[in-house]
Design a protein around this ligand. Structure first.
Ligand SMILES: [Zn+2]
Length: 374
């Protein structure tokens, strides 16, 4: 597989229409709901304690159930007091280059830092993509999960300075500072390239530090995922080459990280899916097996809840963070709080109002855990 030196530029061209479609979708959604919010609920019935009766998300009264698991079972009364809605939408954010100047594919360190501050102040809390896929969402009560994803493993995402310390202006440096400041966790998913030109997109550049960085990310709590070996176009590539790269990227990353780590998620290069999703779900090349349980698109808006009939784990939509896209998304949630996922703080239970917006889908029939409606 020959990778064109200018694949980055080509990626930009290919994705452009998808980005535009996303903006149209977000603004159309906002407009529709803004004009006729009541219609979303079908106009009838009891909407429950949320959003009218509950507190705004991010200002929970009951923090005690927290991220370490609840000692007492969740009840409808507590879920209502929190305003929990675990059928709500979850933003999955998409970052590429972290550097200067700001452009369609580049977020400046300053703006990235502002993004994290904004998410914090608006009551969001990070999880890994894997936790979204498996429904293992363990965040404080009243918070909304957010998944930060990073494609293409460029140096600005994770850079070490000459003395070996973490570059405070790289994405990981900014995230770790946010963790140290409190009210934030070391979570986020990095989709790694292993063999590309330019070479600085091979595992964040700095070839001597590849293994150390991947191990450190996992040790902190972040997730490492696949982006294929060469940024392969899975739609156009021969099936054998796709299977080879899906297997080899996972095996290589796991070998770098060690400790039995499992690579389970993938970002589809260019958003170009293979003709059959089954290619992602299971395969084997030269004795190396893979079974991806989650895959992300390059656009599409906020993701359905993993507990919803709308959730498609191999087609998780994302929000590309460029310009005002993040601010617009958070504003959309402010304008339409009934669409926002709000955690009950109890990872063992799934809580939602008895009536929810049609757009959110319905709770899956067999979640294998207690379901609280109020
Ligand atoms: Zn990419």
């Amino acid at each position: 597989m020959v990778v064109h030196a200018g694949f980055w530029y080509l990626a930009g061209v290919m994705r452009y229409d998808k980005v535009i479609r996303f903006y149209v979708l977000v603004f159309a959604l906002g407009a529709v709901l803004g004009l006729g919010g009541g219609l979303v609920f079908g106009g009838a019935g009891d909407v429950g304690g949320f959003p009218g009766g509950g507190r705004p998300p991010g200002t929970p009264e009951t923090q005690a159930t927290g991220a370490t698991g609840a000692a007492t079972p969740m009840t409808p009364e507590r879920a209502a007091a929190i305003g929990a809605n675990e059928l709500g939408l979850i933003p999955v954010l998409e970052y590429h280059l972290i550097g200067t100047p700001e452009s369609q594919w580049t977020r400046t360190p300053e703006n990235f830092r502002k993004d994290i501050a904004l998410l914090k102040s608006e009551g969001y809390y990070p999880i890994n993509l894997r936790d979204l896929v498996t429904g293992a969402i363990d965040i404080p009560a009243g918070k909304t999960p957010v998944v930060l994803t990073f494609d293409d493993s460029s140096p600005g995402q994770y850079r070490l300075l000459e003395d070996g310390s973490l570059d405070p202006d790289s994405a990981v440096g900014i995230l770790q500072a946010a963790v140290a400041a409190g009210n934030w966790a070391p979570r986020g998913t990095f989709f790694i390239l292993l063999d590309v030109r330019p070479k600085d997109k091979m595992v964040f550049g700095q070839p001597e530090s590849r293994r150390r960085k991947l191990k450190q990310l996992v040790a902190w709590g972040y997730e490492v995922g696949s982006h294929t070996v060469t940024h392969l176009n899975l739609k156009k590539a021969p099936r054998e080459e796709s299977v080879k790269q899906l297997a080899l990227s996972k095996a290589t990353l796991e070998q770098y990280i060690g400790g039995g780590y499992q690579v389970e998620t993938i970002s589809i290069p260019f958003g170009e899916y293979p003709a059959d999703d089954a290619l992602l779900s299971r395969g084997e090349w030269e004795g190396k097996g893979y079974a991806y349980i989650g895959a992300v698109e390059v656009a599409g808006g906020p993701s359905p809840s993993p507990y919803s009939t709308e959730f498609r784990p191999l087609h998780i939509p994302r929000i590309q963070v460029t310009g005002d896209a993040l601010a617009n998304t958070l504003q959309m949630f402010k304008d339409n709080p009934e669409l926002r996922y709000v955690s009950d703080g109890d990872p063992a239970a799934v809580s939602a109002p008895s009536r929810t917006a049609d757009k959110l889908g319905r709770l899956l029939p067999d979640l294998g855990r207690p379901v609280i409606r109020y």
